[in-house]
Design a protein around this ligand. Structure first.
Ligand code: NAP
Length: 331
């Protein structure tokens, strides 16, 4: 099979297309013939060799997200998403929560069946590939950590990317008033199309005051934060007293005064997909399935062929202007 292999950490050009044997599923695993792969920022941090949560042994194949068709089932498969998976099932893979995964930047992946979920017939593989990490992260941040309730106000701070564009739709479907931020005209107009009540430009100074003013000065109940090292202080200005800030993304250190947390009685909460409890995972999968059944869609910004994984990595880390998810296509 064709597969991307990384033999040394470094720039995107270390992502090399090679031929390799098709992986065999072990006990409790399935093998999926992939047709689309979701590219996540974390895969670029790992590829570059800078990732605090740990690096894989070299060589390795990147990727935890993808969608395709189950083509082999190992022994003792307990079933993903509640019922036994079988050959021929259309599925999406959320390998970030798998005990073992061989890497989705490949024509075939072997993966723990507990991280493989059925994909409804009406959802194309390109969209399924964007559900795993972004969808579960958005659900975990909104519903488990920030405890968003119907009627509350949510700010998705960095709403134009893979996680944020799903979070806007999921929060709206939960009955919240939803504000989102983006850094480009295209991103802002996409947020309105996705159903955000208001869209604000995080590349322009002063938007925090506009958001506060939109809440009549009270502040927002829940903030989902994609770039905490830049925004945590602003969040503490915009959050309501007793509000919640869920940190999904962070790319550096921050020197700030914890008094801001105290003044608001604020809850500042971490979100780490790998730490999800089994009950949280099943609640999130079920929330995601319901949302997809009710019209929530992965917004695709760009598609690259598998042999241009390097182009996809360069694109996901290039400046501002996100409009959804970056996907690798496999013929
Ligand atoms: P993405 O598709 O690359 O999107 C990045 C988002 O950040 C875009 O909406 C971008 O907006 C926004 N952004 C850029 N500058 C910003 C600023 N100054 N203030 C607020 N937002 C800003 O990435 P993603 O897949 O959505 O992931 C978002 C972050 O969460 C990444 O850092 C990722 O590593 C992290 N993440 C963490 C977990 C976890 O388990 N903790 C899971 C998934 C993702 P514009 O492009 O419009 O400026």
């Amino acid at each position: 099979m064709k597969v991307i292999r990384v033999s040394q950490f470094g720039d995107p050009d270390v992502l090399r297309l090679v031929d390799a044997p098709v992986p065999e599923p072990g006990a409790g695993e399935v093998r999926v013939r992939l047709y689309a792969v979701g590219v996540n920022p974390v895969e670029t941090y790992i590829r570059s060799g800078n990732y605090a949560a740990g690096l894989p042994a070299l060589p390795y194949t990147p990727g935890t997200d993808g969608a395709g068709i189950v083509d082999a089932v190992g022994s003792a498969v307990p079933g993903g998403g509640g019922s036994a998976l079988k050959v021929g099932d259309r599925v999406y893979v959320a390998g970030a929560v798998a005990k073992r995964i061989t890497g989705t930047y490949a024509e075939y992946v072997a993966c723990d069946a507990g991280a493989v979920f059925r994909l409804p017939a009406h959802v194309p593989f390109e969209q399924g590939a964007g559900l795993g990490t972004p969808g579960l992260t958005a659900c975990q941040a909104l519903f488990r950590r920030a405890r968003l309730a119907p009627g509350e106000t949510a700010l998705i701070h960095g709403a134009s990317g893979g996680v944020g564009s799903l979070a806007v739709q999921l929060a709206k479907a939960r009955g919240a008033v939803v504000y989102g931020t983006a850094g480009s005209a295209e991103g802002l107009s996409m947020l309105k199309e996705l159903g955000a009540d208001r869209a604000f430009d995080h590349s322009q100074g002063g938007y925090e005051a506009e958001i506060l003013s939109a809440t009549g000065g009270r502040g927002v109940d829940a903030i989902i934060e994609m770039l905490a090292n830049i925004n945590l202080e602003k969040d503490l200005e915009m959050v309501a007293t007793r509000g919640r800030i869920a940190i999904v993304g962070n790319r550096g250190n921050l020197d700030f005064n914890p008094r801001l947390v105290m003044l608001k009685d604020a809850d500042v909460l971490g979100v780490m997909l790998k730490n999800m409890l089994p009950g949280e995972l099943s609640a999130n999968v079920s929330a995601l399935n319901d949302a997809v059944g009710n019209g929530v869609r992965v917004r695709i910004a760009a598609e690259y062929p598998l042999d241009d994984a390097a182009g996809a990595h360069a694109s996901i880390m290039s400046g501002s202007g996100k409009t959804g998810k970056i996907i690798l296509r496999i013929a």
